[in-house]
Design a protein around this ligand. Structure first.
Ligand SMILES: [Zn+2]
Length: 507
């Protein structure tokens, strides 16, 4: 590969691309170069804080038991900090965790603000001191699309549900870490790059982050490309021009939400959750049916504030009812504004059916699947939550069969950023315990490789810059120690990254 000014100038054998005078000759040894891997739906600005020492890490990928979770929270409190924010609660994987009441957390933490965030990021528990610090009480109204739990007398019960309420309660702890955000972001993005990622989407962007990230860019510490999605809000307007940024950093879209998290019980489905000890432990009643956080009309109204200006929308949708609602809203907006190449996205796609993938495809809507759910929650999906319907979760094969340029993602800290594992699990549909989810269609290797490269570049509206090893594009590539076209899925998942380059600069 001959690289000039950060772009690929030529590719081929030594004979075809001879060494040139005045050009550094770098021999990377033996390996397989693929286009730089892309995480099209991450949350680096949040993950940077969540994985720092400002937050107590109780994620199920780190702690497997309920006892372990409480031990870590108690140890954090015992150190006498100003406040404790723990992230990663998940009773479906950390069996035996029971939802704490605000009184339980008051008894545990006293006057120290304590906030425990669900691994999905869609809910959290808090004590009275944390409510006081966040400035919320019984008179605080519920934000749009979100809520604070209340007891029979209207007092806060220590639960916050969905983004706007979660951000409000977790705010003080996140703000305390904000002064260190440049350093934390640089460190987190550096870690992504070492794991082979060259571009990451940030699906929870907010305006104050612009200054932080520009600082990183100016000091040369923005080690991967960033494509951001500003969080929508009712009555909101885009905070930047549609044409903005550069090849390293650019806002490309706007994030909207339909429903919530399967692991909390609020995805919108046409059928009930199973009635099991696990769903009871989540606090769900018998044959609970989840509902969306926004109606179709609300989605149309919120989306319309941005889509008319040409912004790409990316909508969080899991349940089949939520997906119908999202597609209905998209269809209305496409017609209303006469949109052509809109590339509206559906995010996660847990229970999206083959027919819904086909409808999306006809609308020009694109999909990003959270296939790694199968790795960690594959057994839970079938045994505890949805029965045979759960076995069709994240049906990547159906997406590709419908003609989608589908992508995969790990969604910030929800699961580790592991693109090669995503490619493997989309193919095997097998959980980490060996359980095969036979309700969906296995994806073909050529498609799974594109999911984190060419397709992701296109989904992030960046195919003119990245996503392929081709002359004219930026020299972003990842070198693996396995041949990703030939090895079996397990060998691919455990493949090592030997080198990563952005703009042809190796790390
Ligand atoms: Zn997300």
């Amino acid at each position: 590969m001959l690289v000039e000014n950060g772009r690929i100038a030529a590719l081929g054998s030594r004979d075809e691309v001879p060494a040139q005078r005045g050009v550094d000759d770098v021999d990377l040894g033996e390996g397989w170069a693929v286009p730089g891997l892309i995480e099209p739906h991450g949350h680096p600005s949040e993950a940077a804080v969540q994985l720092s020492d400002a937050v107590v890490d109780i994620r199920p990928v780190v702690i497997g038991t309920a006892d372990g979770v409480w031990q870590r929270i108690r140890a954090a409190l015992a150190a006498g900090p100003e406040r404790v924010l723990a992230n990663g609660w998940d009773p479906l994987l950390q069996r035996g965790l029971a939802a704490p009441t605000i009184r339980d957390l008051d008894a545990l933490a006293g006057d120290t603000p304590l906030v425990i965030v669900h691994n999905s990021g869609h809910s959290l528990y808090f004590n009275t001191a944390a409510a006081r610090e966040a400035g919320i009480d019984r008179d605080t109204p519920d934000p749009a699309g979100a809520s604070f739990g209340r007891d029979a007398s209207g007092e806060l019960d220590g639960v916050a549900l969905e983004a706007a309420a979660v951000f409000r309660v977790a705010g003080p702890a996140m703000q305390a870490a904000e002064a260190r955000l440049p350093e934390l972001m640089a460190s987190y993005l550096g870690g992504l790059r070492r794991s082979g990622i060259t571009t990451v989407g940030d699906l929870s962007w907010s305006r104050p982050l612009d200054a932080v990230i520009r600082g990183l860019q100016e000091s040369g510490s923005l080690s991967v490309r960033l494509r951001t999605y500003e969080m929508s809000k009712p009555g909101g307007r885009p905070g930047v021009e549609l044409r903005n940024g550069d090849a390293r950093l650019r806002q490309v879209g706007v994030k909207v939400w339909s429903d919530g998290s399967p692991w909390v019980g609020n995805i919108a489905t046409s059928f009930p959750y199973l009635d099991t000890p696990a769903t009871r432990a989540l606090g769900l009643g018998p044959h609970h049916v989840g509902r969306a956080n926004y109606t179709t009309d609300q989605l149309i109204e919120i989306g319309g504030q941005y889509a008319g200006d040409g912004w790409q929308l990316a909508c969080h949708s899991h349940g089949d009812v939520a997906i119908d609602s999202t597609l209905d809203a998209y269809e209305e907006l496409i017609g209303r504004f006469g949109l052509g190449d809109h590339r509206f996205r559906v995010e996660h796609c847990g229970l999206m059916t083959p027919e819904q993938f086909r409808r999306a495809s006809r609308l020009g809507v694109t999909v990003s699947l959270f296939v790694d759910h199968i790795t960690y929650w594959g057994d839970v999906l079938v045994d505890d939550l949805f029965g045979p319907r759960g076995a069709a979760w994240a049906d990547a094969g159906a997406a590709f069969a419908a003609g989608h340029r589908a992508t995969f993602h790990n969604d910030g800290t929800v699961t580790p950023c592991e693109p090669l594992r995503n490619m493997a699990v989309a193919e095997t549909r097998t959980s980490r315990t060996g359980r095969h989810l036979d309700g969906g269609t296995p994806a073909a290797r050529a498609d799974t490789l594109r999911a984190h490269t060419a397709n992701a570049a296109w989904q992030l509206r960046s195919e003119h810059e990245i996503g392929a090893l081709s002359p004219g594009l930026y020299a972003d590539f990842t070198v693996l120690d396995v041949d990703p076209r030939a090895v079996g899925p397990e060998a691919l998942a455990s493949g090592r990254v030997l080198a990563t380059a952005v703009d042809g600069v190796l790390e």
